[in-house]
Design a protein around this ligand. Structure first.
Ligand code: GLN
Length: 303
């Protein structure tokens, strides 16, 4: 049922009925129904988010005004967003923002959606006393994507010099928009390059990164909203998932000053391999942090 028809439950008359108003309760019901038919997970929750976003209210407030009449423009807006969800697009792209480390970031198809597990990476670096004993450390975020890592760090620890790189110009443009949103553009030097290729050797006190680490087999099993809509370049770690990690470890070692730190997000099954690669390259003091579901997620190592 098209949402315009939530009024009558008739299968016809879509935009022709624009002058009619429809009750919120019926719109919610119709939206859920459309998503369920298309086998979209969590149809109720997603419908609530979409409708609350259009009506600019809290999700749970919706149930207090079931009888409220929605305008044709509101219904049209909701219908368009529901259509995008039906095509598997992630909610965060449709809503245009997501929360990460207590701040909202603009989110769209130019970059990977910030994940809760990446908050563990930021938390580890932000609370790493050995790094913050330095008066003004130089920190490089590699593959910054939408910029959520570097911007979170600037906001939490302004007393440092920050560089953010990405090979994708589109991702960098989004990161710059997010930096403007928080008024921190002046504090971050953005560089378009492959990993650390344009950052001076032995210049950084810390390198931080959420590199692409998903293996070819894992990629096939990713949910549709990730596989078909998020940039593959931000996820693709080659056949074994370690292709970029290997290059990053090597380049980070050369970019770090002696005693510098590498903070890196990894796949939950990559601990052994990554520890081996780090040791082989010359890193020591290797520590692993776990994400909120208790999985190995972040590695920290010292040059
Ligand atoms: N954690 C992400 C996912 O599984 C992967 C992020 C990455 O490759 N850096 O979707």
């Amino acid at each position: 049922m098209n949402l315009m028809n939530a009024y009558s439950y008739s299968p016809l008359a879509v935009l022709g009925k624009q002058q009619q108003s429809v009750k919120l309760g019926n719109v919610l019901k119709a939206a859920k129904e459309q998503l369920s038919i298309c086998n979209i997970d969590e149809p109720t929750l997603l419908s609530e988010y979409i409708i609350a976003h259009t009506l600019q209210c809290q999700r749970l407030e919706l149930y207090a005004c079931n009888e409220k009449l929605l305008s044709a423009a509101e219904i049209c807006d909701i219908q368009n967003r529901i259509e995008r969800l039906k095509k598997g697009e992630p909610l965060q792209y449709i809503l245009g923002s997501t929360c990460f480390f207590e701040h909202n970031y603009k989110t769209d198809r130019r970059a990977l959606i910030p994940r809760p597990e990446t908050e563990t990476l930021v938390e580890t670096a932000v609370n790493y006393d050995d790094l913050w004993h330095m008066p003004h450390p130089c920190i490089v975020d590699v593959g910054t994507g939408c910029g959520c890592i570097v911007i979170s760090m600037v906001l939490a620890r302004p007393q440092a010099e920050y560089i953010a790189t990405d090979i994708s110009k589109k991702a960098l443009s989004l990161a710059k928009e997010n930096a403007q949103l928080y008024n921190v553009s002046e504090q971050i030097k953005f560089i378009c390059c492959d990993l650390l290729s344009k950052v001076a050797l032995a210049s950084a006190d810390a390198v931080i990164s959420n590199p692409p680490y998903v293996s070819a087999t894992d990629r096939e099993n990713l949910p549709r909203h990730i596989r078909e809509h998020e940039p593959a370049i931000a996820l693709d770690g080659g056949n074994d998932g370690l292709k970029i990690i290997k290059r990053l470890i090597y380049q980070a070692f050369n970019t770090l000053k002696p005693q510098g730190f590498l903070f890196m997000e990894i796949g939950s099954d990559q601990r052994q391999d990554v520890q081996y690669l780090l040791k082989q390259t010359g890193f020591h003091d290797i520590k692993i942090s776990h994400d909120l579901s208790g999985k190995d997620r972040v590695v920290c190592a010292k040059k």
